[in-house]
Design a protein around this ligand. Structure first.
Ligand code: SF4
Length: 306
């Protein structure tokens, strides 16, 4: 539980607050941008939610926070906020909320579709979201973008009997039993609407998922930097090989998609042509060394050798 005594001074006065245990994962800023903003190493309440819609989104942010760093001074009913995840984005794609501290608050997504749902990375294994996922048809595949965002994958596998997918280069003792292990750098079709696209660099086995030619689940390979208004990747949080990550970014420009849905950082939607140009520009900056090193997110893992 967040502690009022530890509330950050940057919070505007009022009911909602963020305390000093915040790990700056950005979840609250994604869920309720009207109320939460980015500080230097944390988030804070920049505007107290006003009206039912804003209060609901702020409650959802509180529920989703991986470390319970968001508090309220008055009594609230959280039932509707707990039941609001997975939160629909578009075309059966949902954001799961319930971020896990073990993946440093990484975003996870649920793709609901008749031929079998796909859970992209792992939310916290919390009863409300597990029951909602069950009601939405469960999980046929659990696609893990890379080794750092696997969180509670074993519990989801056990509950839904889903096949987990992870690149072999990112296997660790905890994930050795993953059912489908990808190899190499060539894209692999899971079926005719889901393409698995290796993007080595951030980690050796980082892989994206292109869904219906519209949604790219990018893990920690790339995300949107709202302050600079562009697609971004950061050398300071590249744990494996920046040159490889640059090559992977350049290859991505050959794919068409509108939505960039990252593990950390902000998601965005652009017309496909513009997205392609943004990816090309990002790759060019990475090649020239002019990308800037503002992480734009905290990932919270330490570099490891491959
Ligand atoms: S959701 Fe993340 S950024 Fe927001 S208060 Fe919690 S830890 Fe901090």
């Amino acid at each position: 539980m967040a502690a009022f005594a530890q509330r950050l001074a940057a919070n505007v006065p009022g009911d909602f607050f963020v305390d000093s245990t915040c790990i700056d994962c950005g979840t609250c800023r994604q869920v309720a941008p009207a109320s939460f903003a980015e500080g230097s190493d944390w988030s804070f309440v920049h505007h107290q939610p006003a009206g039912e819609a804003e209060v609901h989104r702020a409650r959802m942010a509180l529920v989703a926070c991986p470390v319970a760093a968001i508090g309220v001074g008055s009594r609230h009913a959280f039932g509707a906020a707990r039941a609001a995840f997975p939160d629909p984005i578009e075309d059966g794609v949902h954001y799961c909320g319930y971020a896990a501290e073990s993946s440093y608050g990484a975003r996870s997504y649920l793709i609901v579709r008749p031929r079998g749902n796909i859970l992209v990375d792992s939310p916290r294994y919390a009863t409300p979201v597990v029951e909602r996922i069950d009601a939405l048809g469960g999980v046929r595949w659990m696609f893990l973008t890379h080794r750092d965002d696997v969180a509670d994958h074993k519990r989801f596998h056990s509950r839904f009997r889903c096949d987990r997918i992870l690149h072999r280069a990112d296997l660790e003792p905890d994930t050795r039993g993953v059912e489908i292990q990808l190899e190499g750098e060539a894209p692999v079709a899971l079926d005719d609407e889901a393409l698995l696209v290796p993007v080595p660099g951030h980690t050796p086995g980082s892989t994206g998922l292109l869904y219906r030619g519209r949604f790219l689940f990018s893990g920690d390979h790339a995300w949107w930097d709202p302050q600079r208004g562009r697609v971004h990747a950061s050398k300071s949080v590249c744990w494996y090989d920046w040159r490889k990550q640059t090559e992977s970014m350049a290859r991505l420009a050959s794919l068409r998609f509108e939505w960039l849905l990252p593990g950390h950082g902000t998601r965005c939607r652009l017309p496909a042509e513009q997205m392609c140009k943004e990816i090309e520009r990002c790759a060019a900056r990475m090649r020239r060394g002019t990308n800037g090193d503002r992480p734009g997110m905290q990932i919270g893992t330490t570099p490891r050798t491959a």
